[in-house]
Design a protein around this ligand. Structure first.
Ligand code: GLC
Length: 538
């Protein structure tokens, strides 16, 4: 029977999202690259883990210049990954297990091999010329202005055949679409309908804040805070290439498309400060449901800083929409490498006890770490364009570690990226039945989140704490859960919180479960606990 929580809160508010990087999740045909049949084979695992939705990074036809984020056909499946029939089977199998399916939608740019661009570049008079952003050279023959590519170098690529430049915010193989053209808008909104009609439950929209550029093509100003060693893109402030007011109108159109269906979710990939981020909820909630909140990825791992960040975020979000938190993705170093394996357990407790929808990156639930990639195996074009700055994203994209067998059970062929050196010890099969494993902890946290409305949908209240401690209460209908996390490696105690006594419900150290807690809460280094507090009257 449906509970009150289920009736009151849509699935994307009460549930958790699991990101699958399809090339690396499970290879069913031995070509070394993960595929849709592989995902289907592992849906029992995903269901067992206890998440509510999978978001799959792009699976469309693509020359893979940016590993699928260069789309050559928005309404088909890359043969590397399978067929549309496989996709339909995946949706049916996921739905049969109560799992939602979220696709990646890449609206800012296509692949240079997309038929739209192939046609667009044939002539200045081409029918689809203005589907992309073409400009005459500057008087000296150089690029039209100073706009840079996120992945290094100019954002403009010269096309000798027509003596014009086209703009690409990312690789030159990823020309930006011209969203000022209504024909582009309607073709792309139709793409959303195509997948929604096939039963997809929502979209994660790639680089949403990029899709409009200044129509006067003004130069971006220099960034006074640029430091040597940072990517060259950061040397300019992207004032005229990102976060333009026009984007909100299109977000509204995307949202209207989704609103014609039942309970679908629109998630925006947006890297912006929180004041700007929350504007993407839209006026009267007509924007994205979840503008991805990447602060836990971007901030130094410091308790005081994170506590202040949560408070600021809560203040900004409360009126605007539903919060969300992300700890890792396919573009950033893995949490276990950023904070170390012991602290990663605390981090996942933080992710899964904060107020708002959590997104878990595949493999983080077993504590996978970044895998060093030898130069000859580097795939990521960003690393190739700007070597040596640590920008490469291959280390966090390595194959999922399923068991201690060959290639960690990921593939019978040669995996497209190397496996972690510790894959034989650190894998699903080894961790599933180990009460002290990261996987067990994640699964317990996900189960607790489902069982406790206080965690899934309850209020958030910060509890003052000093040093490396971070503490807060989540509450719902009189039930109060106190979360205390030690973000440092040394023992610390929360003294006299004034919250009363309680009992440990779940801890990063399994032996603490059930322990009574009084006025002083002592934590070892790298420890986190969730305490059920006695009710005020009890
Ligand atoms: C997003 C994706 C990233 C991709 C880029 C360009 O940031 O997450 O992987 O390279 O967009 O599409």
């Amino acid at each position: 029977m449906e509970s009150t929580i289920e009736r009151t809160y849509p699935w994307w508010q009460r549930g958790s999202i699991y990101q699958i990087y399809p090339r690396s999740f499970m290879d069913s045909n031995g070509d070394g690259i993960g595929d849709l049949r592989g995902i289907i084979d592992k849906l029992d695992y995903v269901q067992w883990l206890g998440v509510d939705a999978i978001w799959i990074s792009p699976i469309y036809p693509s020359p893979m210049a940016d590993f699928g984020y260069d789309v050559a056909d928005y309404t088909a499946i890359n043969s590397l990954f399978g067929t549309l029939d496989d996709f339909d089977a995946l949706v049916a199998a996921a739905h049969g297990r109560g799992l939602k399916v979220i696709l990646d939608f890449v609206p800012n740019h296509t692949s240079e091999e997309h038929p739209w661009f192939v046609e667009s570049r044939t002539a200045r008079a081409a029918a689809k010329r203005d589907w992309y952003i073409w400009r005459d050279p500057a008087p000296d023959g150089g690029p039209p202005n100073n706009w840079r590519s996120v992945f290094g170098g100019s954002g403009w690529e010269y096309d000798a055949a027509t003596n014009q430049y086209y703009y690409h915010a990312f690789l030159k193989q990823q020309p930006d679409l011209n969203w000022r053209n209504p024909a582009v808008q309607s073709a792309m909104l139709d793409v959303l309908r195509f997948w929604l009609d096939r039963g997809v439950d929502g979209f994660r929209v790639d680089v949403l804040w990029h899709i409009f550029k200044d129509d006067q093509f003004r130069d971006n100003p220099p960034n006074p805070n640029h430091r040597p060693g940072e990517s060259l893109y950061e040397a300019l402030l992207p004032d005229y290439t990102t976060d333009l007011p026009e984007v909100h109108q299109i977000v509204g159109s995307m949202r209207s498309v989704l609103d014609a269906y039942d309970e679908r979710v629109l998630i925006g990939e947006i890297y912006l400060p929180v004041e700007q981020l929350v504007t993407y909820y839209g006026v009267n909630g007509a924007g994205v449901h979840l503008p991805f909140n990447f602060q836990l990825i971007l901030l130094p791992w410091d308790a005081q800083l994170i506590a202040a960040t949560i408070t600021t975020y809560e203040e900004h979000v409360s009126a605007a929409g539903w919060p969300n938190w992300v700890l890792g993705n396919h573009d950033k170093p893995r949490i276990a490498s950023r904070v170390g394996p012991a602290q990663a357990r605390v981090a996942v407790m933080l992710l899964l006890t904060l107020r708002g929808t959590p997104t878990i990156y595949y493999g983080d639930e077993i504590g996978m770490h970044d895998v060093p990639i030898p130069p000859e195996l580097i795939h990521d074009p960003w690393e190739r364009n700007e070597p040596g700055l640590g920008l490469g994203r291959d280390p966090e994209r390595t194959p999922m570690q399923w068991d201690a067998g060959r290639n960690a059970g990921f593939s019978t062929g040669t995996p497209w990226l190397p496996l972690a050196e510790d894959a034989a010890q650190n894998n699903v099969a080894r961790e599933r039945d180990d009460p002290a494993s990261m996987l067990t902890l994640c699964r317990q946290l996900l189960a607790l989140r489902r069982a406790e409305p206080a965690l899934a949908v309850g209020g958030y209240q910060a509890v003052p704490a000093s040093g490396d401690l971070l503490a807060y209460v989540r509450s719902h209908a009189g039930r109060r859960l106190l979360v205390v996390l030690n973000l440092g490696a040394h023992q610390q105690a929360l003294e006299h919180s004034g919250l009363g006594a309680g009992r440990v419900l779940l801890a990063t150290r399994p032996d603490r479960a059930g322990e009574p807690i009084g006025d002083r809460i002592a934590l070892s280094g790298d420890e986190g606990i969730i305490i059920e507090l006695q009710s005020a009257t009890g």
